[in-house]
Structure formats: structure tokens, C-alpha cells
Design a protein around this ligand. Sequence first.
Ligand SMILES: CC(C)(COP(=O)(O)OP(=O)(O)OC[C@H]1O[C@@H](n2cnc3c(N)ncnc32)[C@H](O)[C@@H]1OP(=O)(O)O)[C@@H](O)C(=O)NCCC(=O)NCCS
Length: 433
Amino acid sequence: MALKDVLKEKIDAHRPRTTRLAKEHGDVKLGEVTIAQAIGGARGVRCLVTDISYLDPNEGIRFRGMTIPEAMAALPKPAGKDYPYVEAHWYLLLTGDVPTAAQVEEVIAAFKANAKPPQYVIDVLRTMPRDTHPMTMFSTAILCMQRESKFAKFYADGFNKMTAWEPTLDDATELMAKLPAIAAYIYRLKYKDDSPIEPNLDLDLGGNFAHMMGIDPPYDDVARMYFILHSDHESGNASAHTTHLVGSTLSDAYYALSGGMNALAGPLHGLANQEVLRWIQGVYDKMGGKVPTKEDLHKFLWETLKSGQVIPGYGHAVLRKTDPRYASQREYCLKHLPNDELFQVVSNIYEIAPDILREHGKAKNPWPNVDAQSGVIQWYYGLKEYDFYTVLFGVGRALGVLSNLVWDRALGYALERPKSLTTAMLEEQAGIK
Ligand SMILES: CC(C)(COP(=O)(O)OP(=O)(O)OC[C@H]1O[C@@H](n2cnc3c(N)ncnc32)[C@H](O)[C@@H]1OP(=O)(O)O)[C@@H](O)C(=O)NCCC(=O)NCCS
């Protein structure tokens, strides 16, 4: 059965559950909101719904109920490769099913048919100053394709709530298919003397991305792993939430994803993976290029904290243990680059940072998150332009947030509109005279 038909069946089966919960059980309480939460970024407020992934504070992410190792083992892989097709993961996120080989082929074909960005996207990128941040370029490229939106046309021609997910799926597929080529184009334009590489449409998404970046295997497997690991982290993180929020106004996938990417560009979110390497580079500079010992790192970590900065790549708003996405990438490093100098430094930081953060006493989670490890792998394969790392994160994150947008439309999730209060109202509620 075609992906759209599978989804239609799933959506038809799911809708009565959502309708029933809203109509018959709408008054059931999911929690209370404290003043600390209202001031503190709504941390932990239970007011979003998604079935695509769930983040357990101690266990980490599950994609459609599967842990990272389970998903990596179950999803089909290209022949001779260690990591699954990104296209298979897209199918899993959208439908909740592990696809058959034929079902993966259908996604591969759909992505290939839509892989080439329109020429005007290239033209827009080329007119931007070359020192523009690659995330600004990436978000601009996505936004300027908004005129392609099937959903926007569907809305203009007479909106139908029951079928609105279909043009959203078309937009999501067309966008997802183009993101690797856009990302690689930005990379080659900015950092490789404007030498773009034509796509090789015989390859899958991961393989073609590595090819367009100009990096040899096994970087194709790194791309597959990286995009899958970064795809989704339930709905409350800033890039997912922004995409959902913008989409909730019935803006289309282009507007919504561009917004989500702007959120990802912040240093407390996706930009942290570039910050990790910048920070380590700072240690090297201080040491006059010498590899820092554990003692040096100990000193430098404390200096960072005492100057009021955060240790990049450590801590998390929800997780309370080592991020399994960190663990998965560490496993890759132990297999492929165990003796790499930078990996050793990152490993040494892993050995000392949690104790230091505990002693410092602020971070609720002293353990590393995904960003602490990802830059090392990219660096090892020659991708040393760390400004670019958030774009890689963005291509991966699009898989999750776009799948969510399709389901937002399918289940008719409402326009978001939380209520704000004034400081005086909080003081009154707290009994402050
Ligand atoms: C991820 C992050 C933004 C989560 O923020 P959060 O939910 O507010 O985290 P916490 O509740 O643990 O924060 C409590 C305090 O600990 C501090 N803290 C958290 N992580 C820290 C870290 N890695 N280094 C130093 N201090 C940290 C916070 O800045 C905060 O300090 P404040 O009370 O003076 O404002 C935060 O841990 C962070 O800034 N980490 C470094 C950046 C990073 O790796 N981001 C990528 C996330 S995937």
C-alpha cells in the first residue's frame, strides 16, 4: 500500500481517539502550573501532544516507541552499510511502522523526484553576503520556497479540515527531499570556493548528501546516523515547538520549518554543537596548541563556569542522564576513531565535567547531551567549519518537525494561544503585598 494510503488508514483510526478525549474528557487535569514555570520557560508544563516521539528523563528518546538502538536495528539499511536509510526513518516517524523494502523504495523515489531546489533558491543564496551565517542562509532558502506550497494553494482554493494533511504531506515531502541539496550547496558555496557538486540520484538521501558535500564513505553512514539521531525530541524543544506554533496558525510547512530553524539557531539549542568545538578550540589556543591534559581541562572548565558561561554540550531541560544520542555517537567514535586526538579530549571532558557541574551546583543535569559529541565526528571527516554544524542538525530535525506538522493537520490541532498574566497578578497570587 502507498504511504499516503497507509497514513490515511492510520489517521482515520486515530481521529476518534483525539475527538473523544477532547469532547468527553476535556476537563481531566494533566497538572498545575507554578509561578516558577510561568517565569521559567514553561519547563515541564504538560500541554503538548505528539505520538511521534517521547522523551523519558532517564531513558532518553523513543521514536514511535523504539529506543535509538532498537530503531537502528529494525530499520532497513542500504546494502553493506551500518546505518539505516533516512527514508526508512521518515516512514517510521510518519506512520509508526517499520517499512518494508518496497515501502522504503517509494520514499526514496519521492525524495529523488523532488530533490532539486528551484534555481531561484540558488540565486537567492548567491546574492547573500558570503559571511552570512549558514543557518540564516538555510532558513532563508526554506522560506523563499514558500511560493511552492501545496497547502497554501489548497487553503486559498477552499480549506477542508479533513484533507488538509494531504497537501501538508506533499509540502513536507518536497521540502525534506530538497534540504540535503540546499545544505550541501550552502557548504560548498561558503567554505569550498563556490564549487557545488551535482547530486547523484542513484544514491539514497544519506549517500547523496555525502556525495554533494564532497566527503567519501563512510561519511554517508555518518550522515544517516546524524540525521536520524537529530530527527525528533518530542514537542517541547524550541525547534519542534516553534514549527508547531507557526503551523498552528495554518501557515504552511515552509513558513513553519523556517521558523523552527531560526529557533534551532540559538546557542541554547542547536548552535550548542558548534559552541562545543569553539570552546575546545579555545582550550587549545590557551595551551599554545598543545593537547590539554585532564588537569588543564579541569582548570578550563572551572574558568568557564566562573566567568558565568555554560559548559556547552552539557545539561538538558528534560534529560537527567547521559543522552543516548551522545552514547550512540560515542559508540561510533570508539569503533571508527578511537585514537583521534579530539575524541580523546571530548572523552576526557566526559570523565570530569559531570563532577564539576555537580560541585558547581546549578545544572539540574550534569550529563552530556547530543551536542557534546557530534562535532568530533564531523571534524574527523574534514568538516571543520563548525559554523555549519547546526545546518546538519537542521536537516535531521526537519524529519521530526515535518512529520509532526502532518499529524497536527490530520488531527486538527488548534491555534496555540496560552494565557499571559502580569507581574502584579503573580504577586497577588503569591500573597505579596
Ligand atoms: C540545555 C540547557 C539550555 C537546559 O537549560 P535549563 O533547562 O534551564 O537547565 P537547568 O534547569 O539545569 O538550569 C539551571 C541552572 O543551571 C545552569 N546550567 C545548566 N546547564 C549548564 C551547563 N552546561 N553549564 C553551566 N551551567 C549550566 C543554567 O544556566 C541555570 O543557571 P541559572 O539558574 O543561573 O539561570 C542548559 O543545560 C545549557 O545551557 N546547556 C549548555 C548548552 C547546550 O548544551 N545546549 C544544547 C541542548 S541540547
